[in-house]
Design a protein around this ligand. Structure first.
Ligand code: FAD
Ligand code: NDP
Length: 430
């Protein structure tokens, strides 16, 4: 025998935390909502793991970064869930789901039934083994997706002071972790498959600016090559006996290796049951999947981006938060909930830099501002005569709000040179 709930959320990450808060605001009753997570802790703001969590002095630790502090909202500690009559089932994996029969089975063997299911299972880090490289299980080879990874990385950082780290991948994890390693006085070499960092978003000019800064901090970049193998000591445990072998013939000594080579959404429970698109669970503008009682939010959802008339999957926290709120609203107040009209928003912080991006990074690009430390600078993307994307480094809260509003409106741009001259001022005139 098992339990029955009106609402069940599978997965206990960012999206689950924001959904829980929205459920309470919409008036969920005691005992109606259950969250099942294989992590041992209540939902937390995952972005902290590559930033405050890795600081050498006063690192951020739970409970200070439970959701929903990232949106300057309430902090949902385990006590909060109890007080709100929400069943938080932690350290428990959902092993199978029958989306038609509205039941699931957990790793403890319990069967749970529900009226509505919200899928918030997020994603897993891609492993080197998937590219034919063995060694991910070694003690000083670190990935970063959850709290246990972050604990492991923080321990490895402590044991590697003044040592050498190799960072594989020049995406978000690579850039943020490399900065954290430098702050911890570790010598860093970044190995990038492509020509520059953050290749999917940054233009060569933006990438060059940040790479130059990193190099000024002692970071070395090796580009256009990949890791082919490790050489460990016999028990794969010693901190000073790893070499990283690269395809271009380079061999790098490493006390610590951080791997950030992308993710895959956790959708296996639903394959064959729900429609999958672009690697995620296909949802409509209410975040509802191909089964009407099942919704998907966060990294795992492929949703219609109304602004661009296209289905997309996004791997960023702003989307996790907003899609969670929208799904709960669609479930609890369907008649009041319109179409999800989401403007993609990405951000990152490393060293003293902080940038935000809104919209779409397609079309022609113009850069503006003074590309220098401590300055405000950015870039616009213009497609078919309209502004579609904006990147801004070092902006104020008001400036970020302004570029976000302007990007959403897709204003006409008639003269690219004029746009470049106006710079940030352009969005203030929209
Ligand atoms: P997650 O937060 O990953 O939560 C999924 C949860 O489901 C996890 O707890 C997982 O253990 C659980 N789960 C999975 N399968 C099961 C199962 N079968 N049974 C039970 N539980 C299950 N984005 C930004 O925009 N800005 C940032 O600065 C930023 N920094 C980041 C830093 C790091 C280190 C990482 C890893 C990500 C960062 N992101 C950032 C991305 C952002 O954190 C994600 O987009 C966001 O967490 C997605 O939320 P989610 O709820 O969909 O997934
Ligand atoms: P990203 O997708 O950001 O970057 C992956 C990087 O790995 C890319 O530079 C990619 O190069 C490179 N790569 C891919 N395959 C290989 C390979 N076989 N060998 C070497 N390099 C390879 O993923 P991350 O792992 O950095 O981040 C994981 C997740 O965490 C993402 O969802 C990300 O959004 C999220 N995250 C977000 C943050 C933020 O928004 N600030 C911060 C930290 C994490 P190429 O681009 O050339 O394919």
């Amino acid at each position: 025998m098992g339990r029955a709930f009106v609402y069940v959320i599978v997965g206990g990450g960012v999206a689950a935390g924001y959904a829980a808060l929205e459920f309470t605001r919409k008036g969920v009753s005691d005992g109606e909502l259950c969250i099942i997570s294989d992590e041992p802790v209540a939902p937390y703001e995952r972005p902290a793991l590559s930033k405050g969590f890795l600081l050498p002095e006063d690192p951020t630790r739970l409970p200070s970064f439970h959701t929903c502090v990232g949106a300057n909202d309430e902090i949902l500690t385990p006590k909060w869930y109890k007080e709100h009559g929400i069943e938080l089932v932690l350290g428990t994996r959902v092993k199978s789901v029958d989306a038609r029969r509205l039941t699931l089975v957990t790793s403890t063997g319990e069967t749970i039934t529900y009226n509505f299911l919200i899928i918030a299972t997020g994603a897993r880090a891609l492993k080197l083994e998937e590219f034919g490289v063995e060694g991910s299980d070694a003690e000083n080879v670190c990935y970063l997706r959850d709290l246990s990874d972050a604990d492991r990385l923080a321990t490895a950082i402590q044991s590697s002071s003044n040592g050498n780290a190799v960072v594989i991948g020049g995406g978000y994890i690579g850039m943020e972790c490399a900065a954290s390693l430098v702050i911890n006085k570790i010598n860093v070499t970044m190995v990038l498959a492509g020509a520059h960092c953050m290749a999917r978003l940054f233009t060569p000019k933006i990438a060059t600016f940040y790479e130059d800064y990193y190099m000024g901090k002692g970071v070395k970049f090796i580009k256009g090559t990949v890791l082919t193998s490790f050489e460990f000591d016999s028990d794969k445990k010693a901190w000073h006996s790893v070499s990283v072998n690269l395809k271009d013939g380079n061999q790098l000594p490493a006390d610590l290796v951080v791997v950030g080579i992308g993710i895959r959404p956790n959708i296996s429970l639903f394959e064959g049951q729900l429609i999958i698109e672009k690697g995620g669970i296909k949802v409509n503008s209410q975040m509802q999947s191909s089964e009407s009682s099942v919704y998907a939010i966060g990294d795992v959802a492929t949703f219609p981006v109304k602004l661009y008339g296209e289905m997309r999957r996004l791997e960023h926290v702003d989307f996790a938060r907003k899609s969670a709120r929208h799904a709960v609203s669609a479930i609890m107040e369907p008649e009041k909930t319109g179409e999800f009209d989401y403007l993609p928003c990405f951000y990152s912080r490393f060293f003293a830099f902080s940038w935000q991006f809104y919209g779409d990074h397609v079309g022609e690009v113009v850069h503006f501002g003074e590309y220098d430390e401590g300055k405000v600078f950015g870039a616009y993307w213009v497609k078919e005569g309209h502004l579609v994307g904006c990147f801004l480094e070092g902006g104020t809260k008001e400036q970020y709000e302004t570029i976000s509003k302007a990007t959403q409106l897709k204003p006409a741009v008639t003269d690219m040179e004029e746009l470049e001259r106006e710079g940030l001022g352009f969005t203030q005139t929209v």
